[in-house]
Design a protein around this ligand. Structure first.
Ligand code: NVA
Length: 206
């Protein structure tokens, strides 16, 4: 990785990497002459969160002071939402099945802006934005069966959307599994902005 970084960064102006362990991208960046963007790791997914925030602002205005609900896996998306809550001044309520919570050190560091709650309904209550993701992220496919059992009741539903603010919107970084992490009538319903969110990956990355 170190040698690849030395060579590739002599030939390019900027490098964007999608990989698995965060340490790989950090080792690359430490030896790169040019900026390195995290295009997704197991631990973080900042490019998607930028697109999500832009989509929120486009639909509802500033996100500062708002409440965002993260429902499901305490994964790379969730971790980057924690960073965004800190940087942009919103409150993040996180609800995950037992054993799938975000890193406790991260939660402790950002406790001023991110709170772990017990149920998906607790997270949804009063939220301005509800976001979720697949039960099994890329690279975790071996855990698929265990995750299906643990997440069986973790599906963003219409009653959850009804518990949020009336003007709440729904996001999902896609691809989605209707009937697993989200009901079809939520992702295909009037509060869903997932197609704008998907398009905004392009605009934000530019
Ligand atoms: N958490 C998902 C995000 C995909 C855009 C994954 O890492 O697979």
């Amino acid at each position: 990785i170190e040698d690849s970084a030395r060579v590739i960064s002599r030939m390019t102006d900027i490098v964007m990497i999608r990989t698995f362990e965060q340490t790989k991208i950090e080792r690359f960046a430490a030896n790169s002459r040019v900026p390195v963007i995290n295009g997704l790791t197991n631990e973080f997914h900042p490019c998607q969160i930028l697109a999500d925030i832009f989509t929120y602002i486009e639909h509802r205005g500033p996100i500062q002071g708002k409440t965002v609900a993260w429902i499901g896996d305490g994964n790379n998306m969730c971790n980057s939402y924690i960073h965004a809550a800190h940087q942009l001044g919103f409150h993040l309520k996180i609800a995950c099945p037992y054993g799938f919570e975000p890193d406790p050190d991260l939660l402790a560091q950002y406790r001023h802006c991110a709170t772990l709650v017990k149920t998906a309904e607790d997270a949804a209550a009063g939220a301005h934005l509800i976001s979720t993701d697949v039960w099994t992220s890329m690279g975790f496919e071996a855990e698929n069966e265990v995750r299906r059992a643990a997440f069986a009741k973790w599906c963003v539903s219409r009653p959850m959307m009804a518990a949020a603010k009336p003007e709440a919107i729904f996001m999902h970084c896609l691809p989605a599994h209707r009937g697993e992490e989200v009901e079809a009538d939520v992702i295909d319903g009037p509060q869903s902005v997932v197609w704008d969110e998907a398009e905004n990956r392009m605009h934000v990355q530019k």
